[in-house]
Design a protein around this ligand. Structure first.
Ligand SMILES: [Mn+2]
Length: 409
């Protein structure tokens, strides 16, 4: 049995106001060709299909057209789609029934009352089960705490959350084993595992910090033959085990990921659970080049002048100015003039000169421990840092407060 594992497509995503649609279209075209060449039995998409809960019609069309070609075209026996933290469970589930008609299984929400629904069998030519996929979707801390609740009011929420996580995987594993006791098992997950590396991108960090959890323990997932993970954009395996793997995002999603090589994993299993598993990475071509330059105004003038770009693909450039005497926007205009007519787009000029600020950045520079402040105090300082004025500040803070209350409960 063979699967292809991919995740974090983030269809509909933009990079500082530039659409990635063409790059996504190229990636999906490339993936269809890979599926045709590799003949996997299943394709696993481990969450964050879309970048937002309300993706554009064109983003949804990319998704639907791809599934029609791979599932509808019978290029593989099963396509398993799980929801990530960016996806709308309801949106993914709205197409669950029609997609089931074309070999696509959608697992968008965890149904603890019906864990058998998590187990997706993949069959051999003789009809026997060759592999079972335990399709565990992303679960937020409230869902996990609920699943892990044993009715002890003294118990800390984090304990419940961790127990819920462990329980969700125990149920998935048990359901998979009930389908075929000796077949290899693949578990999916969209989560942050302790010991994995963030690429400093906002969408990843947001979840690593939810509830103050420092990441889940891979051991809490139990023993599977392969764990197909999503959420982190940097391809990596966890704890040195190549069978517990984040495939990573197909595109560089932010300048923090500039220069990262991107992959999908092709995973091959033996006849029985416990047999050796082979994980091969297939590098995804990048249809644009992301580059980040950092330095003083003078250093950047030289570097930008030397940036001629490539003929066949666009370069998206970010500059971080660390030192400058004059005006920042004049410098940016100067860079744009230098780059005019070249296949290079200056997308994200950033002024990172150290500031004498009394705001949050200032406090961090002075070594003040953020843990000593409340979340609301931090939000107030941060909003002041970015220049939000009084009336708007209070309105935003009341919204932030609602979010804090929601997350805490
Ligand atoms: Mn995610």
């Amino acid at each position: 049995m063979k699967i292809i594992h991919t995740s974090d497509w983030h269809l509909g995503a933009r990079l500082h106001d530039v659409s990635r649609e063409e790059e996504h279209r190229n990636f999906l075209e490339w993936l269809v060709k890979l599926v045709e060449a590799e003949h996997p039995d299943a394709l696993v998409i481990a969450g964050d299909i879309f970048d937002t809960r309300q993706p554009s019609a064109s983003a949804q069309k990319l998704y639907c057209d791809f599934l029609a070609r791979v599932g509808g075209g019978g290029l593989c026996q099963r396509v398993v789609v799980i929801a990530g933290n960016h996806d709308s469970q309801a949106l993914l589930e709205s197409a669950k029934e029609p997609l089931a008609c074309i070999r696509v299984v959608v697992s968008a929400s965890f149904d603890a009352d019906n864990p058998a629904s998590l187990a997706v069998p993949v069959k051999n030519a003789d009809g026997s089960v060759g592999l079972v996929i335990g399709a565990v979707p992303f679960m937020n801390n409230a869902e996990l705490a609920n699943l892990g609740n044993e009715g002890n009011p003294e118990e800390e929420r984090e304990v419940r959350v961790r127990r819920g996580f462990e329980r969700s995987y125990a149920l998935a594993l048990q359901s998979a084993k009930a389908v075929a006791a000796t077949a290899p098992v693949v578990l999916t997950g969209h989560c942050y595992l302790a010991g994995s590396r963030l690429s400093d991108s906002k969408s990843e960090r947001a979840m690593a910090n939810v509830g103050g959890l420092g990441g889940f323990d891979a051991a809490a997932m139990g023993i599977a033959d392969y764990v197909a993970l999503g959420h982190l954009h940097q391809p990596q395996c966890v704890g040195g085990k190549e069978t517990i793997a984040y495939s990573g995002a197909p595109l560089e999603m932010s300048f923090a990921e500039a220069g990262q090589r991107k992959y999908v994993n092709v995973v091959t299993f033996g006849a029985r659970s416990g047999d050796p598993v082979t994980v091969e990475k297939r590098e995804i071509p990048q249809w644009t080049l992301l580059k980040q330059l950092r330095g003083t105004a003078d250093e950047l003038r030289d570097a930008v002048s030397a940036e001629h770009g490539e003929e066949n693909r666009k370069t998206y450039l970010s500059v971080q100015v660390t030192e400058l005497d004059g005006d920042f926007s004049a410098l940016v205009n100067e860079f744009r003039t230098i780059l005019a007519g070249r296949n290079v787009l200056l997308l994200f000029p950033e002024d990172v000169r150290p500031r004498q600020t009394a705001g949050l950045n200032g406090l961090v520079e002075q070594g003040v421990e953020l843990e000593s402040m409340t979340e609301l105090e931090m939000a107030r300082m941060r909003l002041q840092d970015v220049g939000i004025a009084n009336q708007e500040l209070e309105r935003l803070l009341s919204l932030v407060n609602k979010v804090i209350e929601y997350v805490k409960n």
